[in-house]
Design a protein. Sequence first.
Length: 264
Amino acid sequence: MKQDQKAELLKLGATLEKGADHKIVIKAPSGDPVFFRAGGLQVIPCESEELDTGGSCVLIINAQAALLSGVIIRCLRVLGLEAGRERAKKVVKEMAERLVRDRGQAVGAWEGQAAKDLVTIALKWAEKPAKKERPGRQQPDEEIPTHPLTGEPMPEELIPHWRMVQRRTPRQIREAEEDTLMQFTMEACAEGKKDTKNGWVVVGGLQGVIAADSWYPVVGPEDQIDEKVIRKVAKGLARRGLKAEIAMTVLANTRCRDIQKNLR
């Protein structure tokens, strides 16, 4: 375990022990708390915050979602995990299993200990040697790419496209496998609240409309949606302090639809 990682994680644990939850909650530039929604896990305060994934995500609906999300994000940052990589997915899966264990208990009775246990999980993973992940040809037991939010396996009809991506350069492969929603979540930071006005605005080269601190993309048939465009939109929304969850979901679904059409 790197000593700086251990020190940061222990510092996070000490902050939890002191009950200084406000120092752990992460806020977007808009001033709203950031909730963790990636890797097949959603930690949200109420059902209205859920992104519909057809029931394929583990849902942790809790009044202290901002605190639990903050602990998860900070632990992943300290571990230096890259968005969408296998090690990050495994850590998130273990953290989800810990949260599921007690989510049926009364609110306020388990969240504090669960948050500390999340730090313990991160400390355990910090002790494990990290194997360098290199993109390459598909092996018989190699996992195929998964949906950035649900973690579900890629539909069979999209596998030919994925195999084509595998033949690209390592840099292009890393970009294609990048978990855009995870990346946006991990890069969220408290930068001071920015005022945003409702109305039409272009983000990442796409037209859209701002309403209730969210940006809704309006995509036409001439718009080509790929990973590069989605990343540009995510960064543009982060700079403006706008919520990105809805836009990321819409663009990801549009991209999958276009890929399916091209394969016909």
